[in-house]
Design a protein around this ligand. Sequence first.
Ligand code: GLP
Length: 260
Amino acid sequence: MEVVILPDHAAIAAVAADAIEALVRLKPNAVLGLATGSSPLGVYDDLADRHHAVGLSFAGVHGFALDEYVGLPVGHKESYREVIRREFTDRIDIHPDNVHSPDGAAEDIPAACAAFEAAIRVVGGVDLQLLGVGTDGHIGFNEPGSSLASRTRIKSLTDQTRKDNARFFDGVDEVPHHVVTQGLGTIMDARHVVLIATGAQKATAVHDFVEGPVAALCAASILQMHPHATVLIDEAAASGLKLADYYRHTYANKPPWQGI
Ligand code: GLP
């Protein structure tokens, strides 16, 4: 796991966008794993800017959302399918048919989850998965206790996550209790995982998943087992890390050709 401590959200977004641009230029039919939440928004802005300014094309790219609420009406503005569309895919030239989300409105949720996993397999798997992290260490919506080998499935949200996400709704009572999410096994199949976390409210989760034990209690800790996981954080989110100076030194002395 590579930990990169950067000055601010713009610097983090630029490093993540550089990695995605390099991937898409090398592999125009790359498969991107798309996260919601506020953490990846700067990356989407940066990539949309590159699309308009220098013609970075996503015409052959596929995108797979990480997760979705269950029970929101189709087209609800806070459904993650809508958020991904609004914040990213409508701003670039990706083909709408190439953007996939777990279906939280399906009548048969297990069948829809299996179809979503199959769709990822059909395009050859995810090349680069963007992630945020919840204050309880969840990635996607894999709450504490999630199987470290889980696949896309239905989950119940913790009270903490519903409170954290209430800012997007008219109060916590409006936040659904159920979600469908890529599993930890699904996320671990991505060839490169890039997790973004900023702010002091993420410092405990960042410490726990980077330097704590690998444990289902902190789902993101499974990334310690990933062969290519990059953690992009600001100083506030890094404030609980024991080896922060080592991570700074390592990144500062990295050969420039290496990228993340
Ligand atoms: C939600 C999403 C996660 C996201 C998390 C953190 O729970 N399901 O994918 O990582 O929020 O969100 P934020 O980036 O807004 O802190």
